[in-house]
Design a protein around this ligand. Structure first.
Ligand code: PHE
Length: 352
């Protein structure tokens, strides 16, 4: 007859030697598996006489219970050991210095945006915002941009598949100038609906800051950038008004009354005459250099007409300035990409 006490001892020893749950389950198979030693013995009971079957069966069952309980103990021990080792690996060193919490602040370009709104609000300009997804009518055609203008090419503009409800091609606006048409033509429509004619139509003075997009990427160009459009339409607005307004704006923006401005003849399809506005600082790192800061001009008669106004009666000026450019000059930043990298070492230099 098999020595069951010995068998139980063997099992306990095998279990004790198991280093992990895989070898423990292997050891279990040897005793309790389908063809394990105890299982085979139980199967063999059928061949015994009734009396013997009873006593042998009882003995085997006791041994099996002992082996099972030894197995369970070892399983618990292994689980406990693995938990302890995990806990010690994940231990928190409470003596380490904390990470701390930084106080965020407004992005430098957003500060420029706010500053521009404040300055133009203070001289009676409204602020408007238009859609970044435009159609080719507002972005190009209404602004007198000819069909073959290079700005319309695939290389320069992000086109969007599909058309708007009027069947116009959709694109990401390449400048804030479409807001000239949107804003002015809305004002005209509203006024006409109320008054029936434009006899006493008030002047339009508005700025429209916002995001714009071009296929461009280097130290001074980013595919997404910000512009602010300015528009003043009335009956006797002159180029001198533009010069006065813009000069005062720049002096206020840079907090510098010694700035020099230059209006350099240029070309835009939607203004005639057109000018680039350059600025020169009297002192500092950039002293003596003319820096281009804005496009501008007298609104083209065709554009006035597309606003719903009579170019014989209404005249005005517009400008479009880059917010990144203004921000770079104000803070002395020389790489535009810094604005878009989200590096807190850069951003934290502009505390609130
Ligand atoms: N929209 C022009 C640009 O993005 C700038 C501009 C605006 C020029 C208004 C003239 C008048 O380059």
């Amino acid at each position: 007859m098999v020595d069951l006490d010995q068998l139980v001892e063997d099992a306990k020893r095998d279990f004790a030697h198991a280093k992990d749950s895989v070898s423990l389950e292997d050891a279990k198979a040897k005793y309790l598996g389908k063809s394990g030693l105890l299982t085979e013995m139980l199967k063999g009971l059928g061949k015994l006489e009734v009396e013997l079957r009873k006593t042998e069966g009882a003995r085997i069952n006791i041994a099996r219970a002992q082996v099972e309980s030894a197995l369970q103990d070892k399983r618990n021990a292994l689980a406990e050991a693995s938990l302890q080792s995990k806990l010690s690996q994940e231990a928190i060193d409470v003596s380490l210095p904390g990470r701390g919490r930084g106080v965020g602040s407004l992005h430098p370009v957003m500060r420029t945006w706010q500053r521009i709104e404040e300055i133009f609000n203070s001289i009676g300009f409204e602020v408007a915002e238009g859609p970044e997804i435009e159609n080719d009518w507002f972005n190009f055609t209404a602004l007198n941009s000819p069909e073959n203008h290079p700005a319309r090419s695939m290389q320069d503009t992000f086109y969007i598949d599909g058309q708007d409800t009027l069947g116009k091609q959709l694109l990401l606006r390449t400048h804030t100038s479409p807001m000239q048409i949107r804003f002015a033509s809305n004002k005209v429509k509203e006024y006409l609906a109320q008054h029936g004619n434009l006899d006493h139509f008030p002047e339009i003075r508005v700025i429209a800051p916002g995001r714009t997009y071009r296929v461009d990427s280097d130290a001074t160009h980013s595919p997404m950038f910000h512009q602010v459009e300015g528009l003043w339409i009335g009956r006797d607005v002159t180029f001198a008004s533009l010069k006065g307004i813009y000069t005062n704006f720049l002096k206020a923006f840079f907090e510098n009354n010694e700035l020099n401005l230059r209006f350099r003849p240029s070309y835009f399809p939607f203004t005639e005459p057109s000018a680039e506005i350059d600025v020169a600082f009297p002192s500092g790192k950039l002293a003596g250099r003319w820096l281009e800061i804005s496009g501008s001009g007298q609104v083209h008669p065709t554009v006035i007409r597309n606003m719903g106004l009579d170019p014989e009666e209404f005249i005005g000026f517009a400008f479009g300035s880059g917010l990144e450019r203004l921000t770079m000059l104000r803070y002395g930043v020389d790489d535009l990409r810094l604005f878009f990298e989200n590096d807190t070492r850069f951003l934290s230099q502009f505390p609130a």
